[in-house]
Design a protein around this ligand. Structure first.
Ligand code: ARG
Length: 662
């Protein structure tokens, strides 16, 4: 049990006669930011005093009188308007640390009631290059799996690969018309990706042409311009202050709208001009065959889904090399799955589930299509189109049912982009109507990865950035950082070229993962190689360096940790730096619990960063190998070792490897 939970339990007892609902009050228990206020602080006497109509200090005094913390804390103090400050006993801390040092789990217990949790993450769409958006899902999902497992939950990871979508209709279309046979034999996935991009371009071109021909944007521009003129005129006419303000606001709104339309129109024109200006592409787009490429692609996809022999054969040919390619990326990232049941796995289950939802009245026909309607939501969830085609949502319903029947989980986590929020709201609401009310369904959503210009991260050419090239670049730059660091060592470089390469791979990929995991997952974040590979600040490179630095003490002193661990030495926390480090080491369990509570790995990175900082202070103020006495030397070595192991375990829960030297 973490210290915080232990203290919470004692406070819960003490609060028994004072409130029926201690939960929110106990949530106000915090670690103190300042050692003067003890190690932990309870600030609930103010709200509780208000509830009871009594002075907060009185309430605090009553709680303290009932509180039984004696076995591990000094008598609590009441400060200011009613803060209760709790300080852990040094002897108790030292004992707990010795126990943690002797425990491979570092003193973190597994949960009393393990749950079965399905984690749906990564889920790229194959045959399209995996892009930077998928890295967030992959990295966050993997870390959550590791952390939940560490706490003793039964985790089932399932990669819901997009292997059955329109992209196959696109590739089949391209394959029949534009295949470069030689390229395909040499590097099939690259050739398929090229075909995908080519068909995408042609489709976008046709869409743009059609939109321009319809003149919808131009028409809208004209009417907004007209509205703007009259809004401006009436703004001039207004005399009353608030009316004037309102009119000005309307003018601004219309101006923005106009700028948006202008940008849209320019974008369409640019898209068309770009293809027509490229000699090879111009020839292709001029061919009337591709005018209805959009419908043709849908037809190919529909034929595949209907079991057309030739399209199915092509799909079976395309899929294995695509999956191999993705697997290589997973291997490099050290990510694995218990299952990878892609969309195609559920194909036969889509018809039956729609029929059943119709029968049970959860879904109904609407203008030839089948939809689930929600009382509190305007937009329904479409599960079968008029032409009989099934949708993403249909597959997700079939997947949900399969998982529940197969694994009977307590929770299913979907680690997916926030842009799919509405989809998951609909999915979860439908699940409840299907009678799956007991399963805890969570959309663990995340924001967008931005480029330094603040827009979604793209290559110069405007394509999304492929994951593979991202990894290569991170490793290349990490090599530079590792080499510079090694070259600058006082005694000259220590690493062989092979060492440098191996370390660069670990540091580069670790930096990439850490940069992602250390963000609040719901925010967007700006992708920057320089920032993620900085050797100072809350970065993966810094954490790996911190680990290697602690380990170097053992190498330098030729210390055999095993004999040290068994020497029965007690840990001493005489200086403030030792005590602060010791307490932080014991808070590891708290950080792990916090990381799964809201599914936020940044709770763990934040903890590790703080730990590394406290270690630095300890190291600067407390000689280890040259400690005054042998007993103190051993005690400090135990703290160093526990620090190294905690960093290593913490990074492992983030899916990040350590290096012994850097
Ligand atoms: N393939 C989807 C995409 O790339 C993500 C799938 C997420 N999982 C799910 N069960 N819907 O956007």
């Amino acid at each position: 049990m973490s210290i915080l939970v232990e203290i919470e339990n004692r406070f819960r007892h003490a609060l028994a006669g004072l409130t029926d609902n201690p939960g929110p009050l106990l949530e106000m228990l915090r670690r103190s930011q300042d050692a003067r206020f003890g190690d932990y602080q309870a600030n609930f006497a103010m709200p509780l005093g208000k509830q009871l109509g009594r002075p907060p200090r009185d309430v605090a005094a009553e709680v303290v009188a009932k509180l039984n913390l004696d076995d591990f804390c000094l008598p609590p103090e009441i400060a200011g308007p009613g803060f209760i400050n709790v300080r852990l006993r040094d002897e108790w801390l030292a004992r707990r640390l010795a126990a943690a040092a002797a425990d491979p789990r570092l003193g973190v217990a597994t949960v009393a009631q393990p749950r079965t949790v399905v984690v749906d993450f990564s889920a790229p769409n194959v045959a399209k290059p995996m892009h930077v958006g998928h890295i967030r899902s992959t990295v966050i999902g993997d870390s959550l799996c590791r952390t939940l497992r560490f706490l003793g939950h039964h985790v089932i990871s399932d990669n819901h690969i997009g292997d059955w979508g329109t992209q196959f209709g696109m590739i089949i279309y391209g394959y029949r018309r534009f295949l470069n046979q030689q390229g395909y034999c040499a590097a099939p996935v690259q050739e398929l990706a090229r075909l995908y991009r080519l068909v995408r371009q042609l489709m976008d071109y046709q869409d743009a042409k059609r939109e321009l021909a319809l003149g919808a944007v131009a028409g809208e521009k004209a009417s907004v311009t007209e509205a703007l003129i009259s809004a401006k005129a009436s703004a001039v006419g207004e005399v009353e202050k608030s009316a004037k303000k309102k009119a000005a606001k309307e003018v601004r709104r219309l101006e923005e709208k106009l700028a948006e339309l202008e940008e849209r129109q320019q974008g369409l024109l640019a898209k068309v001009a770009a293809l027509e200006g490229d000699a090879a592409m111009a020839r292709i787009v001029a061919d009337p065959e591709h005018e209805s490429i959009g419908e043709a692609v849908l037809t190919e996809t529909a034929k595949l889904h209907a079991g057309d022999a030739e399209n199915l054969r092509l799909w079976r040919e395309f899929l294995p090399p695509c999956l191999d390619e993705i697997d290589r990326t997973y291997q490099r990232l050290n990510v694995s799955f218990d299952h990878a049941l892609g969309e195609s796995f559920y194909h036969d289950r889509l018809g039956p589930i729609v029929d059943e939802l119709l029968r049970s009245g959860v879904a109904r026909q609407s203008e030839g299509a089948v939809c689930v309607f929600f009382p509190d939501h305007d937009v329904p969830m479409l599960i079968r189109k008029k032409d009989g085609a099934f949708l993403y949502a249909t597959t997700d319903l079939a997947t949900l049912r399969y998982r529940i029947e197969q694994w009977n989980p307590a929770a299913i986590l979907y680690v997916v982009d926030f842009r799919q929020s509405m989809h998951f709201r609909h999915l979860f609401a439908t699940a409840r109507r299907m009678g799956y009310g007991d399963v805890d369904l969570e959309h663990v959503s995340f924001g967008t990865v931005l480029g330094e210009d603040g827009r979604p991260f793209r290559t110069r050419a405007g394509d999304t950035v492929g994951l593979e090239s991202l990894l290569d670049e991170a490793v290349r730059r990490a090599h530079g950082v590792v080499s510079a660091n090694d070259d600058a060592k006082p005694g000259g470089p220590e690493l062989s070229p092979e060492d440098r390469q191996r370390i660069a791979e670990t540091v580069g990929i670790g930096a990439l993962k850490y940069a992602d995991l250390s963000q609040n997952r719901t925010s967007d974040y700006v992708f920057s190689y320089d920032k993620m590979l900085a050797m100072t600040g809350n970065t993966g490179a810094y954490m790996q360096y911190a680990y290697a630095r602690v380990r170097s003490i053992f190498a330098k002193g030729k210390i055999d940790m095993d004999s040290l661990a068994n020497c029965g030495e007690s840990i001493r926390l005489d200086t403030p730096a030792e005590r602060a480090l010791g307490l932080e080491l014991l808070r590891f369990g708290e950080a792990v619990e916090a990381a799964v509570r809201d599914y936020r790995p940044n709770q763990l990175t934040g903890y590790l960063f703080e730990l590394a900082g406290l270690y630095s202070t300890f190291y600067e103020t407390s000689p280890v190998l040259k400690a005054e006495t042998e007993a103190l030397r051993r005690s400090r070595l135990l703290l160093c070792d526990l620090t190294a192991r905690t960093i290593r375990q913490g990074l492992e829960l983030l899916g990040i490897d350590v290096v012994e030297k850097m």
